[in-house]
Design a protein around this ligand. Structure first.
Ligand SMILES: *Cc1c(COP(=O)(O)O)cnc(C)c1O
Length: 392
């Protein structure tokens, strides 16, 4: 008999589901409400309290929450939305759902987040051309906060609104406050996809401190329908009105119960990720690569651990060979991100290679190493040993 040893695959990200999570979901399944019940507001209140925000609106994904955020900020045809090219496509697509024109601002070489200096320069040019953005989506790449104070200063000067796409960053901190507190952003969005910090399967949430924005997002999440007492008084208790075109972007109660149960372990998860990130920094010292930059103003939630290969490695054996060696060895490496403007659907809009050179250079040399709370030290040692071999 032939036996082959297939190495167990170490994924780059993975959810952590425990007995208490299953019990919480099962309790909802036994209850009267699978959706539109009490679990969703409970989860919203818990996330808002944890992050120091006044309001939270749950949605069936962060993509939906970003769309709700853009709609509530009245983004529409003729308006401009700017974001970073170093993100998942959803950070840009939300502008296009509203019919707005999407454009990008290059990233900072160290933080890999939207560069406030590049933003300032582009705003000055756009101001002269009469094409200032209505919304800027700042993405906390890998869980590391953007320079939100600098972005807010520019927002106040040029009159745009700020959406913080914190899909990677729940549990992180900026200037000693939780991400989501909304000191600088008008709306902050989290994702609860299974690879993110906490999960609801699919799911997202928009946080803000403005009751009118929160009410508007909640209404748009459910078809643009209003059923408050004042409206019902005229006709009767069955009555509702669609006052504008909305969507069905609701989160279910099963998802909210899972999220609430996961939220109790948020600090534990971020601490585990931080410990592993520190350990990677230590284990990778001396190799021909750059480990992630550390920001003294912010504590990353460590969604991703991204390395940057040095020029010599790019020349030989090349990023692709290193990546393929790791994948063949059962290491579930990934690449974050292919610059959004290089996607065919964005090139069709006129974007081209060379438009955002810092993001493109970063993309050409990056690999995402496995990082999640279930990653054991032994697994991490195996990742590093294989990486060493690939680089040799
Ligand atoms: C994952 C992600 C999203 C989309 O999240 P979903 O919940 O899958 O819709 C948006 N922006 C960024 C930066 C992400 O990483």
């Amino acid at each position: 008999m032939i036996s082959r040893v297939i190495p167990r695959v170490i994924p780059y990200g993975r959810q952590d589901i425990r007995g208490e999570d299953m019990a919480a979901v099962a309790a909802v399944l036994h209850s009267d409400w699978l959706t539109q019940g009490p679990a969703v507001p409970r989860f919203e209140e818990a996330v808002a309290a944890r992050c120091g925000a006044r309001h939270a609106v749950a949605a069936n994904s962060a993509t939906s929450a970003l769309h709700l955020a853009c709609m509530s900020l009245d983004l529409g045809p003729g308006d401009h939305l700017w974001t970073t090219p170093n993100t998942f496509v959803a950070s840009a697509n939300c502008g296009r759902y509203c019919g707005a024109t999407v454009d990008f601002v290059d990233i900072d070489r160290d933080s890999l987040n939207l560069d406030p200096a590049a933003l300032a320069a582009k705003l000055e040019r756009a101001g002269k051309a009469g094409k200032l953005p209505k919304v800027v989506v700042a993405v906390d790449f890998a869980g590391q906060s953007c320079d939100m104070a600098a972005i807010r200063a520019l927002a106040d000067r040029y009159g745009f609104r700020v959406i913080e796409d914190a899909s990677h960053a729940i549990g992180g901190r900026y200037q000693a406050r939780p991400i989501g507190a909304g000191r600088y952003a008008d709306i902050t969005v989290f994702s609860f996809h299974p690879v993110k910090i906490i999960t609801t399967g699919e799911g997202g949430m928009a946080l803000c401190n403005d009751a009118a924005l929160a009410d508007h997002m909640a209404r748009l999440r459910s078809h643009g329908i209003c059923r408050d007492a004042a409206i019902q008084a005229a006709e009767g208790p069955w009555y509702y009105e669609q006052t504008e075109l909305g969507f069905n972007y609701r989160m279910t109660d099963m998802q909210a119960a899972l999220g609430l149960s996961q939220l109790a372990r948020l600090d534990e998860y971020v601490a585990a990720r931080r410990r592993l990130a520190d350990r990677y920094d230590h284990l990778l010292a001396g190799l021909p690569l750059r480990t992630p930059w550390r920001d003294l103003q912010a504590d990353s939630a460590w969604h991703l651990y991204v390395i940057r290969l040095e020029d010599a490695v790019l020349a030989k054996p090349g990023r692709r060979a290193v990546f393929e060696h790791l994948r063949a060895a059962g290491i579930g490496v990934n690449v974050h991100y292919i610059p959004v403007h290089l996607q065919p659907d964005y090139r069709r809009l006129g974007f081209a290679r060379g438009d955002y050179p810092v993001a493109e250079d970063y993309y050409a040399r990056t690999i995402t190493l496995p990082l999640h709370p279930g990653l054991s030290d032994a697994d991490q040692d195996r990742v590093v040993a294989e990486l060493r071999e690939a680089l040799a």
